[in-house]
Design a protein around this ligand. Sequence first.
Ligand SMILES: [Zn+2]
Length: 237
Amino acid sequence: MNNNPKNILVCVAWPYVNGSPHLGHIAGMSIPADIFARYHRLIGNKVAMVSGSDMHGTPVTLLANDLGVTPEEISLKYHKIWSKSLLDMNFLYDLYTNTHTENHMKIVQDIFKVLLEKNLLEIREQLMPYSITENIFLSDRLVEGECPCGNNDKARGDQCEVCGRTLDPADLKNIRSKRDGSIPEFRKTSHYFLKLSEMQNEIKEWIENKDGWRQNVKNQSLSFINEGLKDRAITRD
Ligand SMILES: [Zn+2]
């Protein structure tokens, strides 16, 4: 008997539903979370393991465009396949939902409105890669090029897998579209930026006062903050 049960929230990564799950998804996201959750249930803690399908990612929209159907059709089709596969493989999600529910829409809009009211969002212009062949803005994951570290000529526009640094598409040399290899041009577009830099001290204090976090997790989070948090766009074309 566990006389002092803890509440354990296990947040598993939300997959883009532009295809069926494969072994990489299962090994990388579901198995480690499921083992962790089962362990805590076994020792009597109260566990909520939650996740869901990301119905609104760019990959869904692009696949829908390619097939000439709506993003809703694609995402609903693959959400069903994902839900059934996770169940068939015996993963114990307490909730597996998706981003197309009334509840999700309401919560996202509530968070957005609160941030806006608190003056933590700001519309700013930025230069983003634009595909001339497809007439679309390319999100950071849809471009690749050489990372400034010099050790990766296939770094994505958001992150370099080799040196681990966070990137912006503009940091990449020899940038190209991952969709068709064409060279994008940079065009101006406006987006809402979350003013992370203004929250830096508060977040730092919050992390420093956490007990129960592993020291290396704490150190890594703090080193991010000490490098200086950058404001980030939270909307997309
Ligand atoms: Zn790099």
